[in-house]
Design a protein around this ligand. Structure first.
Ligand code: HPA
Ligand code: ZN
Length: 335
């Protein structure tokens, strides 16, 4: 097995990280108090109780029910900034050099917080991460698939200026995967593309949903990568396509175990993806909820795939840089 020092030193990129998913229990309660938010009565009342509950998610929906309560304590621009800045500081110490990070504007705008406030808080943290830590980053705005696609469309309209100005670099799709297939969001993606043809596109697919959600995200939403995508391995033709078109899967090992997509990391079909030449990156998804940040995910995979040598890890790292949405100059710096 490669050493932990080797994994730590690798120039790591993260492509699947929900900024709201970095809200640690020990920040959630103070923020709720600071902002006068009353948490639901059935919600755990202490950091310890909450951490215990986080260790017992049944599935994606069970996690999302906690995740959306968590987002409700974020109110002010400073809250969003502090949250993202805490993430960047943590992963800086883990050898992260580039991050493409998700946020869910609808989970804030539905509570009356303007999209500009949320975005500015996150964007200023991204700028600070580059200046003070040398970490480059991109913001990806996700639409919530459990909400009416018409509301997604309105969110795209409301974000027009942010999408045109470069504040937001890409569009994604998250929240409960089933029964909300990608085809529901075709109009949203088309509208975003018409606002700014330079935008990048991705979507969560094939986490709990079938391989068909992956191919339909490619065909109908015209995404250039897929978040999770592990169920793609059930469709050989799709695997060949992912390899041929160099569609990167942003795999989240600890998340897959915590949400019971698999029972242990060794069951994630990473070897099959490698053998089929399907590029993937390793990511933390919602690290405050799933028990580990980027390097913890690398460590766990190395432990469960002990036969992977330096060459395999260098391939993963190179694919992860090449699959990033930064420009060629930055990629060359990282390679
Ligand atoms: N899947 C879908 N939606 C999400 C996730 C996830 O892993 N994390 C935050 N929103
Ligand atoms: Zn995710």
């Amino acid at each position: 097995m490669v050493s932990q020092d080797f994994l730590k030193e690798l120039p790591k990129c993260e492509h699947h990280l929900h900024l709201e998913g970095t809200l640690e229990p020990d920040l959630l309660f103070p923020l709720a108090r600071r902002n006068g938010i009353t948490l639901p009565t059935e919600f755990p009342q202490t950091v310890g109780e909450l951490e215990t509950r986080y260790g017992q998610f049944k599935d994606l929906q069970d996690f999302l029910d906690y995740y959306y309560v968590g987002t409700s304590v974020l109110i002010k621009e400073q809250d969003f900034h502090d949250l993202a800045w805490a993430y960047f500081q943590k992963v800086h110490a883990q050898g992260l050099v580039h991050a493409e990070v998700f946020y869910d504007p609808q989970s804030h705008t539905t509570r009356g917080i303007p999209i500009e406030v949320v975005t500015r808080g996150f964007e200023t943290a991204c700028q600070r991460a580059e200046q003070e830590l040398g970490i480059t980053s991109k913001l990806i705005m996700c639409l919530l698939r459990h909400m009416d696609p018409q509301e997604g469309l309105q969110t795209i309209e409301d974000a027009s200026r942010l999408l045109s100005s470069g504040s937001v670099h890409g569009i994604g799709l998250d929240s409960a995967e089933r029964p909300f297939p990608p085809e529901l969001f075709v109009e949203c993606y088309e509208r975003a593309r018409s606002i700014n043809p330079e935008l990048q596109f991705t979507a969560h697919a094939g986490e709990e949903g079938p391989a068909k959600y992956v191919s339909n995200s490619l065909d109908l939403l015209q995404v250039s990568r897929i978040d999770h995508g592990v169920n793609s391995v059930h469709d050989e033709e799709l695997l060949q396509r992912l390899a041929q078109e160099k569609i990167m899967l942003t795999v989240c090992p600890l998340s897959n175990v915590k949400l019971q997509v698999v029972s242990r990391v060794s069951q994630i079909p990473l070897q099959k993806l490698l053998d089929a030449n399907v590029p993937f990156s390793l990511n933390s998804d919602d690290p405050a909820y799933f028990g580990g940040y980027i390097l913890d995910n690398y460590y766990k995979v190395a432990e469960e795939f002990p036969h992977w040598n330096h060459e395999v890890w260098s391939t993963i790292c190179r694919n992860s840089i090449e699959g990033s949405w930064c420009d060629a100059k930055r990629k060359n710096e990282l390679l």
